[in-house]
Design a protein around this ligand. Structure first.
Ligand SMILES: [Zn+2]
Ligand SMILES: [Zn+2]
Length: 479
């Protein structure tokens, strides 16, 4: 196509690229497939998502044919949200918050754009933000947005009015945005329902954040828009997480999703419009009174830090600080730090490790050497390949009973440290018992007179039997 088009309507503020393209074709009384093939040389132009991938040569052509600057044309595509809604545009992947078109040739299997009948009645064009997944209510009219024909349920796809066999919209008085391509119903008459006021307010705030690049998060505190949108998208994944979903629907009375997608790794964009609205409603509730309500919900629903962080490459610090408040390291409560009682210095601990006679004793000193200065069981357990319980037990025995408790007295050998009586006292006791038979009471009195401590029943049993300890030659061994 060469030269300027005879009729050149200017793009409206916030208009979607393909909307302007349809208006251009209609204003010049040309059929859409003919117009776009002449302009782009691509017979399959409407099979692609031109609002996502706007080819530079198409931008140039259109700028030359309409006198609109290439920058202005570019700004009609979803690229306009780069850096505010999603970090960058990857050619082959769908960015967050952008609705996929569910293409089947130039047909649509599911709606990829929403609309407001009242907005269409006021001005007949497609708004750029109607391609965004968080748009579930109209901030201007306070109604729930639609994405299909109320009469025949066909997905909203106005370009279809002028595409395909037997279709010709070029002779119609208005551009094709107001009509269902399947049943010709006037969509501007579609009945609407009022949306929840909190949801409408949030929608307006999100659109404002897209415009100015910052999002008010708490009263008097703003965050960069991209951080706010990232956190919202993350929370939309949290509210479908099993425990949180059960809490929100059963305890808080939120609506249950009607048609959740079958894909397991479903994204927010995979949900149908009514369910997206339900999810946005859940998030609207969760972020109120930030961060108290979220933390309370996480604690009640037993949702910890991991699901709050799972999709983030680099979460904003203000969000991490909140996620940390519901953290349980490895799904447990944060570990209690138990300092090591300074019975021995690190050098002395190392010397004990060197001198340890058995593998088991060596292990204990090894644990203590690692624990020294770290004072947390988990990293020591991981470093040594031991269980956290073993580290914890070793440390508490050492703290309570001192270094001697670490030394390995082999099982079955006399442990002089644990003996209440010395060998001589024991021999005396035996001699006394030989002379006069003693009851347990008398035995206890005898021992108490000599060592100042009253023995327990097991100890007396051991002395009466003459066994070295209860486990080896105690009552079970004698039976
Ligand atoms: Zn509206
Ligand atoms: Zn219809």
């Amino acid at each position: 196509m060469e030269g300027l088009l005879p009729v050149r309507p200017r793009p409206y503020d916030g208009e979607l690229f393909t909307s302007w393209l349809m208006r251009l074709a209609h204003a010049n009384v040309q059929r859409l497939p003919f117009f776009t093939r002449m302009l782009t040389g691509d017979a399959n132009f409407w099979v692609h998502d031109a609002d996502r991938h706007l080819r530079p040569d198409v931008v140039e052509q259109l700028a030359a044919a309409t006198g609109v600057t290439p920058e202005r044309v570019e700004a009609l595509s979803l690229r306009a949200f780069e850096g505010r809604l999603f970090p960058g545009f990857q050619p082959r992947s769908l960015p967050r918050w952008v609705l996929p078109l569910y293409k089947k040739g130039y047909l649509r299997e599911r709606p990829g754009v929403v609309y407001c009948p009242h907005c269409l009645r006021e001005k007949l064009y497609l708004r750029l933000h109607w391609r965004l997944s968080f748009m579930t209510a109209c901030p201007e009219h306070g109604c729930e947005l639609l994405d299909a024909c109320p009469r025949c349920q066909a997905p909203y796809a106005p370009q279809r009015n002028d595409l395909g066999f037997g279709q010709d919209w070029s002779v119609q008085p208005e551009p094709p945005f107001g009509y269902c391509a399947a049943c010709e119903a006037d969509l501007r008459d579609a009945p609407t329902r009022p949306a929840a006021p909190a949801l409408v307010t949030l929608q307006a705030q999100l659109l404002e954040a897209l415009r100015c690049g910052v999002m008010p998060w708490t009263p008097g505190h703003e965050v960069p828009a991209i951080e706010g949108f990232d956190v919202l998208h993350q929370l939309l994944a949290v509210v479908v997480q099993g425990d949180m979903e059960a809490y929100l629907t059963r305890t808080c009375g939120h609506e249950v999703l009607q048609a959740p997608p079958e894909r397991r790794n479903r994204a927010f964009e995979d949900h149908a419009l009514p369910d997206r609205r339900r999810l946005m409603q859940r998030v609207t509730d969760l972020i109120e009174d930030w961060p108290q309500r979220l933390i309370r919900a996480c604690e009640t629903a037993r949702v910890y830090k991991r699901p709050l962080m799972v999709n983030f490459a680099a979460a904003p610090a203000w969000y991490v600080a909140v996620a940390d408040q519901v953290s349980r390291a490895n799904g447990r409560r944060p570990y209690k730090r138990t300092p090591l009682v300074p019975h021995l210095s690190l050098e002395e601990l190392r010397a004990e490790l060197q001198a340890a006679p058995t593998a088991r004793e060596r292990r204990r000193w090894e644990i203590l050497c690692h624990y020294h200065g770290v004072e947390e069981a988990l990293p020591v357990a991981q470093a040594l390949g031991a269980s956290r319980e073993l580290v914890f037990r070793t440390v508490s025995v050492y703290n309570e009973s001192g270094p001697d408790a670490m030394r390995h007295h082999q099982r079955g050998r006399p442990n002089p440290r644990k003996r209440l009586l010395t060998a001589e006292q024991e021999a005396d006791l035996h001699a006394a018992m030989q002379r006069v038979p003693m009851t347990y009471e008398e035995m206890a009195d005898w021992v108490e007179r000599r060592v100042g401590k009253r023995p327990c029943a097991s100890t007396m049993w051991i002395y009466r039997r003459g066994a070295e300890n209860q486990s080896r030659e105690g009552r079970r061994a004698r039976q």
